[in-house]
Ligand binder design. Structure first.
Ligand code: IMP
Length: 439
């Protein structure tokens, strides 16, 4: 049975929650492979709106859900989310699994996140303040504390004491900030540990077994390609790997087990946080898109920056994640504009660029080269088939495919599941890809 990875093809907030929810109903298992509670997924199921940060939305449909080793887990936030699900009648016991190798977000990571942002001044990244960067920094520095460590009290205390001793020195000498109370943190986390214990396991084994048994596994990326630590607009990125390769490392599966990757992209572009954004619209059209598309962050409530669709960014996502198709969402939001634009390339120091430049510094100097297409007036949110869409909306979709080089497999024209037009069966596409690979 095939496996599919869903990735954000832009700067995050593409609406992956809805697409994951759409595909999760045909899946047996849904796996988060990176990031933490910096992500925010809103899904509407049977008229009920769920806002989730860490637990895959597949849990609402009774699927087995996994928080993989590539994630960073704030146990308090996670337990709050589990309670929220229980409050909505969603069962998690025996269905939700947390990797013992995922790293913990500690209270000091959150404070460090805020302090580091302050120090960056006008070069701040605009992080979500959830301690993501410092937690991954500890992981890479090999001083991180993992979820499984919570199950061994002596080991947990030992690692925590070592870290806090070093940190308190830093708090005093560099940040002029209060020391951390190691005892208080230990008591808090060990208490949380007793409640998390039933969910903790070796999830890589669980996922591989599911694949061995022919189950359909969906890997759910958080954030987006342009926020990828290596492949995004560095340094204005998150500290994990949202692109498809991250699914292998962050779930513990080999690349040969991934059959298909679908990239989720809005019909325009949005971004929260700082950093360059070539097609940003700092005018009334940008504001119009923000209001009509309800572009305010799920996690932080921040207004999102909005702009035209950027085909350079999408081609980059195709390249680094091996996208086999796109889920183009929010097409309805663009309805009502007289003309719409797509950046097909950039101008950089007098030259035409078809690909992204080296990093954020160069990206800030790129000017988009636009193609202009006629807009569509009609409200398209009740269309159920591609043929129901106005001709100009169909032409827009076809032009996106031509500029990006992959087919649009799913089209979303509103928040409801019914407002999704499937131009292809994504799991069937994955099965076809597997068949082709086997020859
Ligand atoms: P961090 O992940 O909190 O360290 O933030 C780093 C950058 O990623 C900032 O620009 C954030 O706004 C952005 N970011 C993090 N998570 C998300 C998300 O789920 N959607 C969109 N942007 C995000």
């Amino acid at each position: 049975m095939p496996s599919v990875v869903i990735v954000g093809a832009q700067w995050g907030d593409e609406g992956k929650g809805k697409i994951t929810d759409f595909l999760a109903r045909d899946a047996d298992m849904v796996v988060r492979y990176q990031g933490g509670a910096n992500a925010g997924h809103t899904v509407v199921v049977d008229g009920v709106t769920y806002k989730l940060h860490l637990v895959p939305s597949g849990i609402i449909h009774g699927k087995t859900c996994v928080i993989g080793n590539g994630c960073v887990v704030d146990p308090e936030t996670l337990l709050r989310e589990i309670e929220y699900l229980h409050g909505h009648g969603v069962d998690t016991q025996g269905r939700l699994w947390i990797s013992d190798a995922a790293h913990l977000i500690m209270p000091y990571h959150q404070r460090l996140d805020a302090l580091q942002e302050q120090l960056r001044g006008d070069q701040r990244i605009g992080t979500t303040g959830r301690g993501i960067g410092p937690a991954y920094a500890d992981k890479a520095a090999r001083t991180g504390i993992r979820v499984g460590d919570l199950l061994d009290e002596a080991l947990f205390r030992q690692r925590l004491e070592r870290n806090v001793r070093q940190l308190n020195d830093l708090m005093h000498r560099v940040y002029d900030s209060e020391p951390f109370d190691v005892r208080a943190i230990a008591e808090q986390y060990l208490d949380l540990a007793s409640r998390l214990r039933p969910y903790i396991t070796d999830t890589a084994a669980l996922i591989n077994e599911a694949l061995d048994q022919g189950r359909r596994v969906l890997f759910e990326g958080a954030q987006g390609t342009m926020l990828d630590l290596d492949h995004g607009s560095y340094p204005y990125v998150t500290s994990s790997y949202p692109s498809a390769g991250g699914a292998c490392i962050g779930a513990g599966v080999g690349p040969t087990r991934i059959d298909h990757v679908i990239g989720v992209a809005k019909a325009y572009t949005s971004r929260v946080g700082d950093g360059p954004f070539p097609t940003e619209l700092d005018d009334e059209i940008g504001e119009w898109i923000r209001q009509k598309g309800r572009e305010f962050g799920t996690t932080t409530g921040r207004p999102r920056r909005c702009g035209w669709l950027d085909a350079v960014v999408l081609r980059h996502a195709v390249q680094v994640s091996g996208l086999g198709g796109l889920a183009l969402v929010h097409l309805d939001t663009l309805g009502g504009l007289e003309r719409v634009r797509i950046a097909s390339a950039y101008e950089y120091r007098g030259q035409r660029l078809e690909r992204l430049p080296h990093g954020a510094h160069q990206l800030a100097q790129c000017r988009p080269i636009y193609e202009e297409l006629p807009g569509w007036d009609e409200d398209i949110s009740s269309a159920r088939r591609f043929e129901d869409l106005p001709e100009n909306a169909r032409n827009y979709v076809r032009r996106v495919e031509a500029l990006v080089g992959v087919p649009v497999q799913l089209l979303s024209i509103g928040p409801d599941r019914a407002q999704t037009i499937a131009l292809d069966d994504v799991f069937a596409a994955a099965a076809r890809a597997r068949g082709a690979g086997a020859r």
